[in-house]
Design a protein around this ligand. Structure first.
Ligand code: IMP
Ligand code: MG
Length: 179
């Protein structure tokens, strides 16, 4: 079993780069079909979603744009419950079809906040895609996640853009903490 050590924690392999690639391809195909003709703008939520956004966006074949927004809610292995916008958008969202690109939806507070902000900025419609979703951790009833590549149990994971205390984002596969 492949394991990695990051600081004080050991992690074991959970999803391989090949498995992730297949799941990302399925989401891209759905978005290409559903949003054709809408000229969507993708909004990548930094930091964690940068790897997913790069892979997903290169599989998007319809006319579209991409931009970036920075949010922070996690410290260490816990969601802090308060979501901060660290860097906001420069592009107009007025009357746009927006696709939020997130790495993982855990409590759901970050996505709830993102969707509300984009509506306030005048977006016509807001879709959400996330690489991973932890349905058992969700604290926002009725949170609308349109395109989740993979659903996982409520365990802490790293790799493929996701960090443990700012490390592990460069791992090509996804790992789960060993407890
Ligand atoms: P939420 O606001 O609780 O849904 O948390 C979303 C953010 O917390 C994500 O964008 C991630 O950056 C981070 N996060 C949630 N779960 C994990 C995890 O298992 N590993 C690493 N980061 C996570
Ligand atoms: Mg994130």
């Amino acid at each position: 079993m492949k394991t990695v050590q990051i600081k004080d924690k050991e992690f074991r392999i959970y999803l391989t780069a090949d498995q992730i690639d297949v799941a990302v391809g399925k989401v891209a195909a759905r978005i290409n079909a559903d949003l054709a003709g809408k000229n969507p703008i993708f909004v990548c939520v930094l930091n964690g979603a940068f790897v997913y956004a790069a892979d997903l966006y290169r599989k998007i074949t319809i006319p579209s744009q991409i931009t970036f927004m920075r949010m922070k809610s996690y410290s260490g292995m816990q969601s802090s419950g308060t979501v901060k916008t660290i860097a906001s958008l420069h592009e107009s969202m007025v009357d746009r079809t927006v696709v939020v690109v997130e790495d993982i939806v855990d409590t759901g507070y970050t996505m709830q906040r993102m969707i509300a902000q984009l509506r306030d900025l005048g977006a016509k419609e807001v879709y959400v895609t996330t690489l991973l979703r932890k349905p058992d951790a969700c604290k926002v009833p009725d949170l609308k996640i349109d395109y989740a590549a993979l659903e996982i149990p409520n365990d802490f994971i790293v790799g493929y853009g996701l960090d443990y205390d700012e490390e592990g984002r460069n791992l090509p596969d996804i790992y789960v903490v060993n407890d």
